[in-house]
Write a protein that binds this ligand. Sequence first.
Ligand code: ADP
Ligand code: MG
Length: 262
Amino acid sequence: MAKVFAIANQKGGVGKTTTCINLAASLVATKRRVLLIDLDPQGNATTGSGIDKQTLEHSIYDVLVGECNLVEAMQFSEHGGYQLLPANRDLTAAEVGLLEMKMKESRLRYALAPIRENYDYILIDCPPALSMLTVNALVAADGVIIPMQCEYYALEGLSDLVNSIQRIGKLLNPTLKIEGLLRTMYDPRISLTSDVSAQLKEHFPDTLYQTVIPRNVRLAEAPSFGMPALVYDKQSRGAIAYLALAGELVRRQRANAHTANV
Ligand code: ADP
Ligand code: MG
């Protein structure tokens, strides 16, 4: 049964999409079956997976409003090795359309139910807002992965985000947990980065991933070729960091499963 993780942060430009694409490809490299869901109308995860968002026959929008089933909308990312539910600007309309629908917060959860057993991991790339789309992701997910940059306002924004996730969880998905905090675009030469990083370790010792994602130009270049860094330049520091993250994520989950069984 797949673990479903929403990759969320209400801030834009913190590395959500980069994390989705590269974590998905890294999990595939460790022989996991992965589905990536693009839930952002900007469709960056779609383009970055090598799929043309302008010419989609079906997208996640059709799935959410019940116009087609999930399998019909799925596409295979050749370079990433994972399945993708693509998105484009049509999804903006879903924000409004969903408000009029029954079970509007659970549309994605119900759409995923029949295919969950076909995957090991389902990753959801969220838009940079706590919108109805993000609520759908949080209701469908087992856990939330929060990518963040170690900058001055990061901690403040983080406590707002964690509070909102907990509130939504309590109302609509009581088993939802914060799966992990991920430091992205990390540059240890900046002293503020180390300060914020130290505070994160202090406040979130169990949720903070040990793996940090460095600032690496290969990670920024790869999406324009529709590739994860692992294929674009497998020796790059960015590609190696995301492989390490996949390893840490899998180990953490095994450890959790073990504690749950004893
Ligand atoms: P979000 O999805 O949160 O808006 P993105 O993943 O799109 O953020 O990242 C924002 C920008 O920063 C993109 O241009 C991306 O290529 C770049 N980027 C993301 N992570 C890194 C990194 N570790 N090193 C260098 N550039 C990065
Ligand atoms: Mg994004």
